[in-house]
Design a protein around this ligand. Structure first.
Ligand SMILES: *Cc1c(COP(=O)(O)O)cnc(C)c1O
Length: 416
């Protein structure tokens, strides 16, 4: 197989080829990553990228949008079916853009946002100071207890004091089920809008493997590339027609220009995958694999935050260890296992060093690995952590990891 890009731009092609090798040889355990279908990548590489389609299906500012209309309407219909909701906007270029649109649609500058603290597992866009969400709005936070769980009574107290215009629920590093019903009660108590950001857990939600944010949340955002395993992008869902109209105006012309029609097509293909009977099986396996990981790490003496997991990720704390999250991340990297350092409840180190790691199961589950492989991997992770300075052992494990990975190849070429 030869590609145009191979001749036209060998430098970039070489990097793409090396990335394929990296993805094949390593064990990808970053909880926000996944492997998408070749069919999704084909849609992203299609001629749809050439089309300007500002506006929405049937209401465009450019001619020649009949195919773009079809693609976008199918994506909308499929995501509404997945989440069992009435309205959706599939144009956000990313999860952050989706969240920006929610605020732009429903808040005025300096209105109050109450979201989960970044260092407790929340996302930058939930009111963190370096993000637009913490600059353009007055942001307040809730967090987790030392046991790693949200205390809903405390969130209620904070909400009563803050009186936020909007409450954001959803997280990037939280291993337990999020109780959207309880958040609804809190929002009702203080008259706030409830905004659920299911970027991390959407793939479980649409399979019935995590409580749905509907009918509790007023508005819901997601990424399409994390547990949903689609192309990189975002989506916004609601059952409220008035909110839906405001969201559409906030995305275009508010925040974005022309939609990425090729990515919307890829989202539609991804949603078709999520609607298939196999998807339910996948989501069950994602959870079973993460549980196995937590179980082995606990058995090996590691401090798993909250003692286990209800979803696709496991947080491990090294508060009681000599080494940091950064050290663990580097040692596991040397062993061919990719994770990320993460703050943990009761954090004592800086955000650049941290006392924990976050480990996820979605990507390796997409490669076809099951509990048997996850048990093996979890033991290798513990071997590395038990011998954090033994670089010879890390190199040996890297070879073993490569051997395991070679049995679970999902892409046979770098470009689809
Ligand atoms: C990943 C994530 C986002 C942002 O998604 P991007 O596509 O990276 O902008 C938003 N919210 C949560 C909870 C996330 O985990």
């Amino acid at each position: 197989m030869s590609y145009e890009i191979e001749k036209f731009d060998p430098e970039i092609f070489e990097a793409i080829e090396k990335e394929l090798t990296r993805q094949n040889d390593h064990l990808e355990m970053i909880a926000s990553e996944n492997f998408t279908l070749p069919a999704v990548m084909e849609a992203m590489g299609s001629v749809l990228t050439n089309k300007y389609a500002e506006g929405y299906p049937g209401k465009r500012y450019y001619g020649g949008c009949e195919n773009a209309d079809k693609v976008e309407q199918i994506a909308i219909d499929r995501v509404c079916k997945l989440f069992d909701c009435k309205f959706a906007n599939v144009q956000p270029h990313s999860g952050s853009q989706a969240n920006g649109a929610v605020y732009a649609a429903l808040l005025k500058p300096y209105d109050k946002i109450l979201g989960m603290d970044l260092s407790h597992g929340g996302h930058l866009t939930h009111g963190s100071k370096p993000s637009f969400s913490g600059k353009n709005y007055q942001s307040f936070t809730y967090g987790v207890e030392l046991d790693g769980r949200i205390n809903y009574d405390k969130v209620m107290e904070i909400a009563k004091t803050v009186q936020p215009k909007i409450i954001v629920c959803g997280a990037s590093a939280y291993a337990r089920e999020i109780d959207f019903k309880k958040f609804r009660e809190i929002a009702d108590e203080v008259g706030a809008i409830l905004f659920a950001d299911v970027a991390h857990i959407a793939g479980l939600v649409v399979a019935g493997e995590h409580m749905s944010p509907f009918p509790y949340a007023d508005v819901v955002t997601t990424t399409t590339h994390k547990t949903l395993a689609g192309p990189r992008g975002g989506a916004i869902m609601t059952n409220d027609e008035d909110i839906a109209k405001k969201i559409n105006s906030a995305i275009f012309p508010g925040l974005q220009g022309g939609p990425l029609v090729h990515v919307i097509a890829a989202k539609a293909v991804g949603f078709k995958h999520n609607l298939s009977p196999e998807w339910k099986e996948y989501a069950k396996n994602v959870k079973a694999n993460a549980s196995k990981l937590a179980e082995v790490l606990v058995a090996r003496g590691y401090d798993v935050v909250s003692g286990g997991t209800d979803n696709h990720l496991v947080l491990v704390s090294f508060l009681n260890k000599e080494f940091s999250g950064k050290d663990a991340d580097a040692a596991l990297g040397a062993a061919g296992i990719t994770v990320n350092k993460n703050t943990v409840p009761g954090e004592t180190r800086s955000p650049f060093v941290t006392s924990g790691i976050r480990i996820g199961s979605p990507a390796l589950t997409s490669r076809g690995m099951g509990v048997k492989e996850f048990e093996w991997i979890a033991n290798k992770i513990a071997d590395v952590l038990d011998n954090i300075n033994d670089s010879a052992l890390h190199a040996k494990i890297k070879e073993e990891v490569k051997e395991l990975a070679s049995n679970f190849i999902i892409y046979d070429k770098p470009i689809y």
